[in-house]
Ligand binder design. Structure first.
Ligand code: NAD
Ligand code: UGA
Length: 493
């Protein structure tokens, strides 16, 4: 029996697709034709998770698709209140303007998760996927309990046929598990599971979302994939929207982060070699980056990569490789993390070594605490390792960051020895007053143009500047009579 329009469509205006009866002559169950040939149209989206990904991503979708109602929900009521009333819970250049344009029109933030799920044609899961701290795979595998909780919630509260989109970064083949949870809930509702990993970087999230290098959509059902393609096609050129199978999309996200982190570890490894040999890492990076096969991006030596994802995603990859009997591949990627840990400690140890082998009782200004410029995010920030090592060695720290609060810094250092010896300054000038050294840990633009002559006047005589980001004006530092160490640079430059 052929399916009739009534089988497909309970609400023709919003097209909540109901999986139709299979015609007798249809292709086998589970094939791409399973949901048949009728186009799906997404007119309401719910995103579970109002964090660094869910918030900005949905704000841009709402901004660019005024015909779609977008609701972002979160279990954290404080976070939702901040999205509704400000100040926004995360700092991202350009985010406020986008939110202001769409909020209340077709962008909504809510804690009513059930209702938002029931109202949606398409549900993004954008919750956190941290590294497991206990059980099988502890320390490496991704903890998927938040994703599972969302999936159960969706199974319970979804209304009709619903697209479930993995936006969180997940282990390869997670969609299988999501599908299983949805199907075994026994509700009789139908779902398509898609993988649409997010590639935005913090600090440039809005620009990345508005003009992405690519949008990746993994899905077995071309009709469902097309529905999501149509959303992005409102502002992303067609050639930048890639569709793949689900496993490739999940894998590509892990692979992209691993490759990016690998470049940072490679240049950081070379930075130590440059210091040992008198080469200049920025000159080396420029020279190799002009080779079009290598490319110039992500070759900035520094204090090691931070952020919530590189380390956790590589550890997840390591775990999966071990699980699939590929110990050599696992060891290869593990080394990217090891070099990163080493680089962070190396910077702290360089400070101690140059300050006469001891920092006990010395005052050190720490310039920057966020894991990179233009964000208030401190997850896995290298500053935590640097500060912890310096505190353990007896230093008195004064931290200044343009966007990270004292309370956040103290919370991040709560497990460090002598955390009480970490103070906060509202300005760089206050941080540097009486300091034996200033350590530049975050590449904030404001640090590029510091007045080192004035700063030097308030610092101890013979004070040092340690530029772990190569972002301050080295000539100006030297001209001010300060001693300088800069990552990957010869001591005489
Ligand atoms: P986040 O911690 O900032 O936000 C996650 C939010 O999900 C939190 O507000 C939390 O309260 C909420 N949440 C968790 N479980 C919930 C549940 N069951 N119901 C309702 N709300 C729930 O995390 P994030 O940085 O936005 O990252 C989310 C995912 O996106 C991760 O998988 C991450 O790897 C990936 N990702 C992050 C970035 C980034 O730049 N931060 C970029 C690309 C991909
Ligand atoms: C990174 C990826 O760039 C995003 O594509 C991805 O979506 C995201 O992770 C994620 O999955 O969470 P993010 O961590 O926000 O984005 O920021 P990056 O610009 O990648 O920087 C990561 C770290 O590497 C920072 O600490 C940064 O300072 C450092 N880095 C980056 C360097 O030290 N040198 C470089 O050349 C580039």
């Amino acid at each position: 029996m052929d399916a009739t329009p009534a089988d497909y469509d309970r609400d023709p205006s919003t097209i909540h697709i109901v999986r139709p009866q299979r015609p007798a002559n249809a292709t086998p169950a589970g094939s791409a034709c399973d949901t048949f040939f009728i186009p799906m149209k997404i007119s309401s989206i719910t995103c579970i998770g109002a964090g660094y990904v869910g918030g900005p991503t949905m704000a841009v979708i709402a901004d660019r698709c005024p015909h779609i109602q977008v609701t972002v929900v979160d279990a954290n009521a404080e976070r939702i209140a901040a999205w509704n009333n400000g100040p926004l819970p995360i700092f991202e250049p350009g985010l406020e303007a986008v939110v202001k344009r769409a909020r209340g029109r077709n962008l909504h933030f809510s804690t009513d998760i059930d209702k938002a799920i029931a109202n949606a044609d398409c549900i993004f899961i954008a919750v956190n996927t941290p590294t497991k701290t206990e059980g099988e795979g502890a320390g490496k595998a991704s903890d998927l309990r938040f994703v599972e909780a969302c999936t159960r919630h969706i199974a319970k509260s979804a209304r009709d046929h619903t697209l479930v989109v993995e936006k969180s970064t997940l282990p390869v083949r997670s969609a299988e598990r999501v599908r299983e949870v949805l199907d075994t809930a026994g509700t009789g509702k139908t779902f398509d599971v898609l993988s649409n990993p997010e590639f935005l970087a913090e600090g440039t999230a809005i620009a990345d979302l508005e003009n992405p290098d690519r949008v990746l959509i993994g899905c077995e059902n071309p009709v469902a994939a097309q529905a999501l393609v149509d959303v992005y096609a409102q502002w992303v050129p067609a050639e930048k929207i890639l569709t793949t199978n689900v496993w490739s999309a999940e894998m590509a996200k892990l692979a992209a982060n691993a490759m990016l982190a690998q470049r940072v570890s490679s240049i950081n490894a070379l930075s130590a070699f440059c210091e040992a040999t008198g080469a200049d890492v920025d000159e080396v990076a420029r020279a190799i980056g002009t080779d079009s096969r290598i490319g110039g991006k992500f070759l900035k030596a520094g204090v090691g990569f931070g952020g919530s994802c590189f380390k956790k995603d590589i550890l997840n990859l390591v775990y999966l490789c071990e699980h699939h009997g590929l110990p050599e591949v696992a060891a290869y990627w593990q080394q990217v993390v090891e070099i990163n840990e080493w680089q962070k400690r190396r910077v702290a140890q360089t400070v101690i070594k140059n300050l006469g082998g001891t920092v006990k009782g010395k005052r050190i200004a720490v310039l920057g605490f966020a894991f990179k410029k233009d964000t208030n995010d401190t997850r896995e920030a290298p500053s935590v390792t640097v500060c912890t090592e310096l505190l353990a060695a007896g230093a008195e720290l004064v931290v200044h960051d343009p966007k990270v609060s004292h309370a956040k810094i103290l919370a991040d250092l709560k497990d460090s020895p002598r955390a009480a010896a970490c103070h906060y300054a509202n300005t760089v000038a206050d941080a540097c007053k009486g300091a034996d050294a200033a350590v530049v840990v975050t590449d904030w633009d404001a640090f590029r143009t510091l007045d080192w002559v004035t700063l030097a006047q308030s610092m101890q005589s013979g004070a040092w500047v340690f530029d772990a980001r190569n972002c301050v004006d080295h000539k100006a530092v030297r001209a001010a009579g300060l001693r300088l160490w800069a990552v990957g640079k010869p001591m005489t430059s």
